[in-house]
Ligand binder design. Sequence first.
Ligand code: FE
Length: 376
Amino acid sequence: MLTSRFSGPSRLIRYFDWSAQGAVVTALMSALLMGASGGWTAEGAESASDVGAANKGEAGRISVYSARHYDTDEALFAAFEKATGIGVDIVEAGGDALLERLKSEGDNSPCDVLLTVDAGRLRAAEDAGLFQPVDSDVLNERIPQHLRHPDGLWFGFSTRARCIYVNREAVGSDRPQTYEDLADPKWKDRVLIRSSSNVYNQSLLASLVINLGAESAEAWAKGVVENMARKPQGGDTDQLRALAAGEGDVAVGNSYYFARLKASDKQEDQEVVSKIDIVFPNQDGRGAHVNVSGAGVVRGSDNVEAAVRFLEFLASREGQTRFAQQNYEFPVVEGVATDPIIEPWAGKRFDSTTPVAEFGRLGREAVEIMDRVGWR
Ligand code: FE
């Protein structure tokens, strides 16, 4: 019996059962099970655990805890089952909530694979001792070294760039071209960026610590704070909407958020897109900062072989295509097609020298820097 409360965002936990009646998707938790705070009740968590527990150690099935949730997940897992005969039970929730859940479940967890976003969160899972090392020739060969953990605790399966956006009319052609430019006093009161509690900004700052040194990175963070158009608030998409609305002239956000707006058939989204240009930073230098969606095999897995096959499937041509296209991200295996929406960006220069595993290592230092310079 789990007694802890989970404080992640209110989301459904879904259970895909491909073996029973075909593609039956059962919503295990509904809004009824959500606590008043929007967190999960112990009752709800127990229900979700029962699902995986029923399949714990069952040959030919694995449980995946995923912080990614897309309508196309079903197709991805169905393709895996078709290729391998291994069924997948999936529990979906926010990245931080899944970590808490895995920690609570300990060795009783039914989870075989944890799939989450950002090297900072992968590091948090690593620090909690949740992963076991995997030594797979397939993974080591197909996934570039800078996008995986040095000991095989996790592997990046798609990348996203943290980009700069400009309000075309307000900024004209004299645009910030590098992350470093965002601290230039000429952008005073013009920069839109989310809070320091967000792991994406922590990882970006960590990459600056690595590339510029701690002192310069802190000076940069201070400059960005001085240039903020408003107190940090909202998610990446909110920065883009505020940018289009003229609340600032320059914004920072992950590439797939802009791609989602581009792909949207809502008129309000198309209006946002029509006012904004995306800038891939540092094209004349180390390239745009990238982070990963990644996964590793959980320490207590009863089905390591099947779990590794799942990771290897994600690195296959079919797995890569599906996985990256789900969220308008870039595949990590060369020669795999990107979604047509982001095709024009595929030729950009991406930072391939800074190991993403380092972002997590420097996450705490990044937070301390942000605290010192008043980045709320
Ligand atoms: Fe995101």
